[in-house]
Design a protein around this ligand. Structure first.
Ligand SMILES: Nc1nc2c(ncn2[C@@H]2O[C@H](COP(=O)(O)OP(=O)(O)OP(=O)(O)O)[C@@H](O)[C@H]2O)c(=O)[nH]1
Ligand SMILES: [Mg+2]
Length: 409
């Protein structure tokens, strides 16, 4: 498991479906994201297939005619993977693999693959491996031959047990082992967190690639890996940051995505503990992304899954340097104004009306409005600190021109 070494770009095609829940435009946007995921995993997309259908075909997800089209293209162009935007049932995945004779993946398995590629520490690798096995368990078929080597005959096979049942048992054992390993690390991490003392804890959360690590780096002057690919960060980094004379802990963690596989959320629970135990969330949003409102909703949904929705939250709209509204030409009387046409000013007003000064607009890359950001965070952290330690009356200067100190944990 987990092996995914050299990256040479494999040719892939994408498949999406238009239905009552997602119109043609949405599907294109989802496929844009799927293409970005494919690229992150080391694939190059050469074609997209889209079909309109309300109810998916239980055997092959898309219809027979469409499947033939895909098949012809795959054969002709030496395609190695066909990637579906929606989750396939284990049976569908099997059937399609047999028909197309190439790798068949869905969004979930692609995300798992990226996580496997990106997991560096043994902790992250254990979490990903667990998620991979849980995804695989219902998908085990007789074709899963590489287990044969590990099985090593004697004592492994009960009387009358079929091969596939043996495979399932091996996987279940492995899952149990990984869970045990994780809970041991969890206890260690809990102790570590307990040792951090009485500092206020702030966590950066948000969709993947919105600039969390970049913001972490400029605020804490640290050097967390950031790049223009999805899921650059898997492991949590915690830094002690001092604003004025007020120290607090800032953590940067894994980004979220639409339809984040539940297996991953489950096995990353401890990584997400950092979020769950935070006093304040900084929800970072990439305002230059056309779907940023949907991203906010996806993030909120995952926060809900880990019981973290009622936390104090500041919305940080990042990448204002890249934001360009759609424009309606003066002689165009047809197009109706939507939020896509909002200027940055209009967005600021809209959010100010919703949540007042809990909305900030910055550019972490160009360091725009960072002073405002620091002041807002300072104020919030100070309030939390004062509430928690009412008798701790050291002076907090309102002048925050000195932010230079940071320390590694
Ligand atoms: N133009 C612009 N680019 C930015 C800004 N902030 C971050 N970026 C870029 O956005 C990309 C993603 O940044 P990261 O900091 O890695 O994003 P992240 O949220 O940590 O992403 P994951 O760890 O993958 O979830 C990088 O290429 C950054 O240089 C910004 O304010 N403006
Ligand atoms: Mg990051």
């Amino acid at each position: 498991m987990i092996e995914k070494k050299s990256i040479e770009y494999e040719k892939a095609v994408l498949v999406g479906v238009i239905n009552q829940l997602q119109n043609a435009e949405k599907v294109e946007e989802y496929l844009d994201e799927l293409e970005f995921l494919t690229y992150t995993a080391g694939g190059e997309v050469t074609k997209r297939f889209v079909q309109k259908m309300d109810i998916p075909n239980p055997k092959t997800y898309i219809g027979t005619g469409k499947m033939e089209e895909v098949h012809a293209y795959v054969k002709e162009n030496d395609i190695s993977s066909v990637i579906f935007d929606d989750e396939l049932t284990p049976a569908q995945q099997n059937n399609i693999e047999k028909l197309l004779k190439c790798k068949v993946m869905d969004r979930t398995s692609l995300i798992l693959d990226i996580f496997a590629q990106r997991a560096k520490t043994s902790y992250a690798r254990t979490q990903v491996e667990l998620a991979q096995y849980e995804y695989l368990l219902p998908r085990l078929t007789g074709l899963w031959t590489h287990l044969e080597r590990q099985r090593g005959g004697i004592g492994m096979r009960g009387p009358g047990e079929t091969e596939i049942e043996t495979d399932r048992r091996i996987v279940r054992d492995r899952i149990a082992l990984l869970k045990k390993k994780l809970s041991k690390i969890d206890r260690q991490m809990e102790t570590q967190r307990g040792n951090r003392g009485a500092l206020v804890r702030v966590a950066l959360v948000g969709y993947t690639n919105v600039g969390k690590s970049t913001l972490m780096n400029v605020i804490s002057k640290s050097d967390v890996f950031a790049e223009n690919k999805l899921f650059a960060t898997l492991d949590t980094t915690v830094r002690k940051v001092v604003l004025g004379n007020l120290p607090f802990l800032l953590s940067d963690t894994v980004g979220f995505i639409r339809k984040l596989p539940t297996q991953l959320v489950e096995s990353f629970k401890s990584t997400l503990d950092e979020v769950r135990e935070a006093d304040l969330l900084l929800h970072v949003v990439d305002i230059s992304h056309p779907n940023f409102e949907e991203h906010i909703a996806s993030v909120n949904q995952i926060l809900d899954e880990i019981d973290s929705t009622d936390k104090e939250t500041i919305m940080v709209f990042n990448k204002i340097d890249l934001y360009v509204p759609e424009v309606i030409e003066e002689d165009d009387l047809e197009t109706e104004k939507t939020s896509a046409h909002f200027t940055l000013d209009e967005w600021q007003k809209t959010w100010f009306n919703k949540i007042g000064d809990n909305a900030l607009f910055i550019s972490a890359l160009n360091k725009e409005n960072l002073d405002q950001f620091r002041h807002r965070v300072y104020r919030e952290v100070r309030d939390i600190h004062v509430t928690r330690f009412p008798y701790n009356n050291f002076l907090y200067p309102e002048n925050l021109d000195e932010y230079s100190q940071t320390e590694e944990e």
